[in-house]
Design a protein around this ligand. Structure first.
Ligand SMILES: [Zn+2]
Ligand SMILES: [Zn+2]
Length: 279
C-alpha cells in the first residue's frame, strides 16, 4: 500500500443534530446526524456514529480490510443510531477500537441498541473484531502518530469533546455542548490555537434565549454566536458550525453562516460532503 503519511483531512457525513431531517429544504447541508471522518496518514478516525456513518461504511468497503478508531461524543440517539447500519462492522477481517463515555459502559450501550424488539441483529453477531474502551472525564489516547486529548463538556448525561493532533495540525470536535453565560474554560483550553473547531451551533441566540420559540437554556446545546466567541477567544483558525437544528432549512443556515462570517470570517456551516485538508 502506498504511504499516505502526509494526508490529514476531514470529511463530513452528517452534520444535523437531534434527528435525521431529510427533505427538499435540507438538501444543501443534509439531513444525516453526526458523523465526521478524519484521516491522519493511514489512520481512519470516525467521530460519532450518527446516521451519516452508513454512507461512510459504503466507502470503506472499498478499502477492506480496515481498522478504524471510533470516538463517540456520547450515546444520544443521533450519535449512535447509524452504528447498526455501518456495514464494515458486520464483516470478518475488519477491526475497530471504540471509545466513549457513557453512564453504563459503551459496549453495553451499543448492545442495548441492537436488541429484540427494536433491531434484528445483535452485537454478538457482528463478525468484525471490536475493542471497547470506556473513558472517563478527561485524558489522552494515542493512535500510532495521532494524539487525541479529550475532556468533558456541558450536556445532559455528559459529553466528551475531542482534540485530534497529527503532524503539528489539530482539529477539535465539540458537539452537543452548552455555553451558558461565559466562554467554557474547559473547551477554551482544549481548542486553544487549533486549526479547525467543530462547534455545536444548534440554535441562534434568539432561539436559545426564548425570543423566538421556547427558551432552550439547559437543553445542552449552543449557538453560532457562542461559537464565534469561543473561536475568537481560543484563537482557532477555522470555525465549523455543527449539529444543525432539524427545523433549520438551508436558507436559514445560509443566513447563519453569513452572519457568523461578518464577525469571524473563517466560519463555515458544515454540510454533507464537506472536505477540509489540513496538510
Ligand atoms: Zn446530538
Ligand atoms: Zn446529545
Amino acid at each position: 500500500m502506498s504511504s499516505k503519511n502526509d494526508q490529514f483531512f476531514i470529511r463530513v457525513w452528517g452534520a444535523r443534530g437531534s434527528i435525521p431531517s431529510p427533505g427538499p429544504k435540507t438538501v444543501k447541508y443534509g439531513g444525516n446526524t453526526s458523523c465526521l471522518e478524519v484521516r491522519c496518514g493511514n489512520e481512519i478516525i470516525i467521530l460519532d456514529a450518527g446516521t451519516g456513518i452508513r454512507s461512510l461504511g459504503d466507502l470503506l468497503l472499498k478499502e477492506m480490510p480496515i481498522h478504524a478508531t471510533i470516538l463517540l461524543s456520547h450515546a444520544h440517539w443521533d450519535h449512535i443510531q447509524g452504528f447498526p447500519f455501518f456495514t464494515p462492522v458486520f464483516l470478518d477481517g475488519n477491526s475497530f477500537d471504540i471509545y466513549g463515555e457513557t453512564k453504563i459502559d459503551i459496549e453495553e450501550t451499543l448492545r442495548l441498541q441492537m436488541m429484540y424488539p427494536t433491531f434484528p441483529v445483535t452485537l454478538d453477531e457482528l463478525q468484525s473484531t471490536i475493542h471497547f474502551h470506556d473513558i472517563k472525564l478527561h485524558g489522552h489516547i494515542q493512535v500510532k502518530d495521532v494524539k487525541i486529548n479529550y475532556d468533558s463538556l456541558n450536556h445532559p448525561g455528559g459529553v466528551t469533546g475531542y482534540k485530534i493532533e497529527y503532524k503539528g495540525k489539530s482539529i477539535v470536535y465539540a458537539t452537543d455542548t452548552e455555553h451558558f453565560r461565559c466562554v467554557d474554560q474547559t473547551l477554551l483550553k482544549l481548542a486553544k490555537d487549533c486549526d479547525i473547531l467543530f462547534y455545536d451551533a444548534t440554535y441562534t441566540d434568539d432561539e436559545y434565549s426564548g425570543k423566538v420559540g421556547f427558551p432552550k437554556t439547559t437543553w445542552g446545546h449552543s449557538t453560532w454566536e457562542a461559537g464565534v466567541e469561543i473561536a475568537q477567544a481560543a484563537n482557532v483558525k477555522k470555525l465549523i458550525l455543527w449539529h444543525h437544528e432539524p427545523s433549520h432549512e438551508d436558507s436559514l443556515i445560509d443566513e447563519i453562516e453569513q452572519n457568523a462570517q461578518k464577525i469571524f470570517k473563517e466560519t463555515y456551516a458544515a454540510y454533507e460532503g464537506m472536505v477540509i485538508s489540513l496538510l
